[in-house]
Design a protein around this ligand. Structure first.
Ligand code: UT7
Length: 338
């Protein structure tokens, strides 16, 4: 059997502070009923002052290592668009805090598709024989980059981190990652953007505008692209590995809006009961969204060994990606705050 990357461990966390829709409605012109109906979100978790993405990533990484029953890996990939600082990368700090000083680590920037991009990079490294075990973490803190006056972003984003350990194995084992489909579209990069701090903004040498510090998202257009790209990518992947819609036991899509998830499932012909929905409790956690949803479903015992799982993510860039795997027999702890 051919060498393959196999899911060996999973862990996730959200910060302690819960922000419900009523709290959002105290500062923004919105209300609980609108947010629930239009997005499916009831609450999210936001960090306390002083907490950085690397702090969340370290906790999730530790939980994934514990779930896999290992204390080190050959490579650490941290998918994030909100690193501790623009330079250096946050992954080396996380690796060192996890007791893996000396292990290579890098940040990967693909917005909400970052975790699936990270799985793809990790699986490539394992299949090529360059690594035996890789830790992939998706972590983001967007709460500190939300425009307090913007109804599109303030209502959906939450903070969190999720992580997976991949190990070398074979394609017929439960847990094997059996296929990927990735894509990007730079022509639509302005649909979700945070301009401050990058080389383009810095080289203008103009005073920083307050709004450049915030995530700007054209919600309606992103919604349409999300549906098209997530459905297109999952169908392309299913075609390439010979899965039909009946072969999908669970569809785990990027958790931005329940209407997106249901529309994509309808296009794929996967029953809505087989869609993992976790955004009601945590909102859109960007690169952490898929590992958080997987961890929650696994910890509740909803994912059974051998079941076929399709992951699909979409975000700014634009970037999107899908991954297919069979579910492994692993122990996964819940997402309680540290
Ligand atoms: O993670 C990366 C990918 N991101 C996404 O996938 C996000 C995708 N986009 C979305 O989830 C949705 O576009 C939003 C949740 C951001 C917005 O929902 P929408 O259904 O697209 O709202 P809209 O912007 O089309 O506005 C519809 C109506 C408008 O009122 P009128 O003009 O119909 O009277 C808005 O003024 O809803 C109003 N509205 C709101 N009302 C209360 C817009 N935002 C809000 C709000 N609260 N927060």
């Amino acid at each position: 059997m051919s060498r393959s990357a196999v899911l060996a461990g999973l862990g996730a966390m959200v910060p302690e502070r819960v922000v419900d829709n009523d709290e959002i409605a105290r500062t923004i012109d919105t209300d609980d009923a609108w947010i629930r109906t239009r997005t499916g979100i009831s609450r999210r978790h936001w960090v306390a002052p002083g907490t950085a993405t690397g702090d969340l990533a370290t906790v999730a990484g530790r939980r994934a290592l514990e779930s896999a029953g290992v204390d080190s890996v050959d490579l650490v990939i941290l998918a994030t668009s909100t690193p501790n600082q623009p330079m250096p990368a946050t992954a080396p700090e996380v690796a060192t805090r996890l007791g893996m000083a000396g292990v290579p680590g890098y940040d990967l920037s693909a917005a909400c598709a970052g975790f699936v991009y990270g799985l793809h990079a990790a699986a490539g490294s394992i299949v090529a024989g360059l690594s035996e075990r890789v830790l992939v973490i998706g972590a983001d803190i967007w709460s500190t980059r939300l425009d307090p006056a913007d109804r599109a972003t303030a209502i959906i984003f939450g903070d969190g981190a999720g992580a997976a350990v991949l190990r070398a194995g074979t394609a017929d084992e439960p847990g094997a990652l059996v296929g990927f489909d990735l894509g990007s579209d730079g022509a639509n990069r302005d649909l979700a953007v945070l301009p401050a701090g990058g080389s383009r903004q810095r080289s203008r040498r103009e005073p920083l505008r307050e709004e450049d510090n915030y995530l700007a998202m054209r919600g309606k257009e992103i919604f349409t692209h999300a549906v098209d790209r997530m459905a297109g990518s999952s169908e392309a992947l299913m075609d390439s590995i010979g899965w039909s819609s009946e072969d999908v036991d669970w569809f785990v899509g990027h958790q931005a809006n329940v209407r997106i998830l249901h529309t994509v499932a309808d296009v794929m012909n996967v029953p809505r009961e087989q869609v993992v929905v976790h955004l009601d409790k945590v909102g859109n956690t960007s690169a952490a969204s898929i590992p958080l949803a997987l961890t929650d479903a696994a910890a509740e015992g909803r994912l059974a060994p051998g079941q076929r799982v399709l992951l699909t993510a979409f975000g700014g860039g634009l970037s999107w990606g899908s991954a297919a795997l069979s579910w492994p027999d692993i122990k996964v702890a819940g997402i309680e705050s540290p």
